[in-house]
Design a protein around this ligand. Structure first.
Ligand code: MN3
Length: 225
């Protein structure tokens, strides 16, 4: 039997305390080393099991059940991998939208009247999300100039006909230890740690250049488990 590729937890591009005081060290540590790590572990286990099961059984109901597990954990891995790259320490060059992301800011002004208009629309979407999920600035995968704000439920990834530019985790584990029930405060302050350099670079490149193997921490040597 051929091998199943295994995914690994990507390193953060900054330290766990680097997003203070906007996102606490405790949240960042748990979120990355526990939550994200668990999605990766469960993804690898589900993929290995599915691979073996498909080769040895025709139990379609079992395959379908396992595919749901793959989808949830793969989505968790995809979304968090994108999310970490979307953040940067506050008061750094990367968090200055106008200086760092001139082309995108111009496009956002065309779509939402101004950068501030976009922020308000995005915040409204963050706060209207029910249950656990994600809020995204996306472009049409085939047309970078068609910008939109969408939500995905649970760990559903962005649909493939969209390109994710900016994704914000709206699960309670992303803010509750620090902001408690004050989701509006989290939604307002997250802008201080948005990495506009990355958002602008995703705006300019194709879908394949956003979803790179490096982003997934895809190991080269293959089979485990
Ligand atoms: Mn999360």
């Amino acid at each position: 039997m051929d091998s199943v590729k295994t995914y690994s937890l990507p390193s953060l591009p900054y330290d766990y305390n680097a997003l203070e005081p906007i996102i606490s060290t405790e949240i960042m540590t748990l979120h990355h080393s526990k939550h994200h790590a668990t999605y990766v572990k469960n993804l690898n286990a589900a993929l290995a099991k599915l691979f073996g099961q498909i080769a040895s059984s025709s139990a379609l109901v079992d395959h379908t059940a396992l595919l749901q597990v793959v989808k949830f954990n793969a989505g968790g891995h995809i979304n968090h991998s994108l999310f970490w790259q979307n953040l940067a320490p506050p008061n750094t060059a990367a968090t200055d939208a106008r200086a760092t992301a001139p082309e995108l800011v111009n496009a956002l002004a065309g779509r939402y009247k101004s950068l501030e208009g976009f922020r308000q629309a995005f915040q409204a979407s963050m706060l209207s999300l029910q249950g656990s999920g994600w809020c995204w600035l996306v472009s049409d995968a085939a047309d970078a100039n068609h910008l939109d704000i969408i939500q995905t439920r649970d760990q559903d990834p962005v649909p493939i006909h969209y390109k994710p530019l900016l994704g914000i985790d709206m699960w309670e584990h992303a803010y509750y230890l620090q902001y408690r029930n004050n989701k509006a405060d989290y939604a307002a302050r997250i802008w201080e740690v948005v990495n506009w350099e990355v958002v602008e670079s995703r705006y300019k490149v194709g879908l394949k250049e956003v979803y790179t193997e490096e982003l997934w921490g895809l190991s080269r040597d293959g089979p485990h488990m």
